[in-house]
Design a protein around this ligand. Structure first.
Ligand SMILES: C[S@@+](CC[C@H](N)C(=O)[O-])C[C@H]1O[C@@H](n2cnc3c(N)ncnc32)[C@H](O)[C@@H]1O
Length: 125
């Protein structure tokens, strides 16, 4: 099934900015980064993430995003997977990180396809 998408999953910075305009998101404060995740993710200077939305479909891509960004989600922050209920690779990417880290976070269904998880808030001793 994934093979049907070969060559079709491409976008452009112009299209990104057009979509942001269409949905009324102010352009200032938005940084679009062009390129493959393997090249761009290591260069990002994003120390703290409140909401990490991963819409990358494939196992390698989802896992790469998680490897680079999951630890930056702040306590109480959220992780959203756009395709969890649709693409097996998305579920496998999360499962791989979850198993490696021994994480036990509840995966909450949104609409049968998208899901979200909340990183536990820090406890104060
Ligand atoms: C389902 S689309 C979603 C795009 C956007 N979030 C949207 O809703 O229009 C998934 C996107 O992830 C991109 N993608 C997947 N793996 C990638 C990778 N390793 N590096 C860069 N982009 C990747 C694909 O090219 C595709 O544009």
């Amino acid at each position: 099934m994934a093979a049907e998408y070969t060559g079709l999953c491409c976008g452009s910075l112009d299209r990104v900015h057009e979509v942001l305009r269409l949905v009324g998101v102010p352009q200032e404060g938005v940084t679009a980064v062009r390129g493959w995740f393997k090249d761009t993710l290591p260069t990002l200077d994003i120390p703290r993430i409140a909401l990490l939305h991963i819409d990358a479909d494939w196992y390698d891509s989802v896992l790469l995003c998680l490897e680079h960004l999951f630890d930056r989600v702040v306590p109480g922050g959220f992780l959203v997977f756009d395709d969890y209920g649709y693409w097996e690779g998305c579920r496998m990417g999360w499962e791989e990180l979850r198993a490696r880290r021994g994480l036990n976070l509840e995966v909450i269904n949104i609409d049968g396809v998208g899901v979200y998880l909340q990183v536990p808030a820090a406890t104060v001793n």
